[in-house]
Ligand binder design. Structure first.
Ligand SMILES: [Mn+2]
Length: 224
C-alpha cells in the first residue's frame, strides 16, 4: 500500500544500464515528495548492475519490485544450485556485495496505490484470478498466454499466444515492465513500459498522476 502527495513515477527495466538511469534521474529530478517505483530487472545483461543497485539504494524515495532476474539470483543465494544460473548472472554475482543481498531480499512482489487504482508488477497477471493471489513465479515471468492451453510463459515458448494484457480487465490498472518492445504498450487496463534500453532502445519512466512519459535513449546496444 502506498500514498503519495507528490508524483508517483514508474521506471522500466534498467538491466544494468547505469548511465541511462543517471540521465533519467537527472531528467526526473525527484523531490522529497515524489516516489519512484522501479519495475524490477534492474540488474543483468547490461554493463553495470552493481552501480544500478547502488544508485537505487541511495534514493531516499524509491521502491523496487522483484523481477525474474533478481528472483533467480535470490533463489541461487538461498538454495545454492548453480545450474539455474545464466552466464550474465555470474557477471552480476561477481559485482555485488553482502549489503546488496539485503537490498535484493527487500524487493516487493507488487506495489499497490489504491487511491490511484493502480498496481505495479514486474511481469503481469493471469486474467482469471485475483491479482493478490498470484505468486512470484507467475507475476515476475508472465508475458503471454497460450491461446490453446491457457498456459502462461514467454513469447518464444508458444506458436499462438496472446499478451496477458490483452485479457486483463481491471480494475486495478496495471503498470509493468518485463516484455521488451520498441514502444510502450498501452491497453485499456494496463501499460508496459519496458522499451528495451539494454537492447539499444530507450529507458522509459511514467508519471502516473500526470499520465506523462519520460524517455532516455540508450547510449548503445549492449546486447543483441
Ligand atoms: Mn523480466
Amino acid at each position: 500500500m502506498g500514498e503519495s502527495k507528490g508524483r508517483v513515477i514508474a521506471i522500466g527495466d534498467v538491466h544494468g544500464c547505469a548511465d541511462e538511469l543517471d540521465a533519467m534521474l537527472d531528467k526526473i529530478a525527484p523531490t522529497v515528495d515524489d516516489t519512484l517505483v522501479f519495475l524490477g530487472d534492474i540488474i543483468n545483461r547490461g554493463p553495470d548492475s552493481a552501480r544500478v543497485i547502488k544508485t537505487v539504494k541511495s534514493l531516499g524515495n524509491a521502491r523496487c519490485l522483484l523481477g525474474n532476474h533478481e528472483l533467480r539470483l535470490l533463489r541461487y543465494h538461498h538454495e545454492g544450485d548453480p545450474d539455474i544460473l545464466k552466464a550474465y548472472d555470474w557477471e552480476t554475482l561477481k559485482q555485488i556485495g553482502r549489503d546488496d543481498w539485503a537490498f535484493l531480499e527487500s524487493l516487493e512482489l507488487t506495489i499497490s496505490y489504491p487511491e490511484l487504482e493502480t498496481v505495479f508488477v514486474h511481469g503481469g497477471f493471469l486474467p482469471d484470478r485475483p491479482w493478490t493471489e498470484q505468486g512470484p513465479e507467475i507475476v515476475t515471468s508472465i508475458q503471454v498466454i497460450d491461446t490453446e492451453t491457457g498456459q502462461y510463459g514467454k513469447r518464444s515458448q508458444f506458436a499462438n499466444s496472446v499478451s496477458w494484457a490483452e485479457r486483463w480487465k481491471g480494475p486495478p490498472f496495471v503498470v509493468c515492465g518485463h516484455t521488451p518492445r520498441e514502444d510502450v504498450y498501452r491497453r485499456p487496463w494496463s501499460l508496459c513500459i519496458d522499451t528495451a534500453c539494454v537492447y539499444g532502445g530507450k529507458l522509459t519512466a511514467y508519471d502516473v498522476k500526470a499520465e506523462k512519459f519520460l524517455q532516455i535513449q540508450a547510449k548503445k546496444k549492449y546486447i543483441d
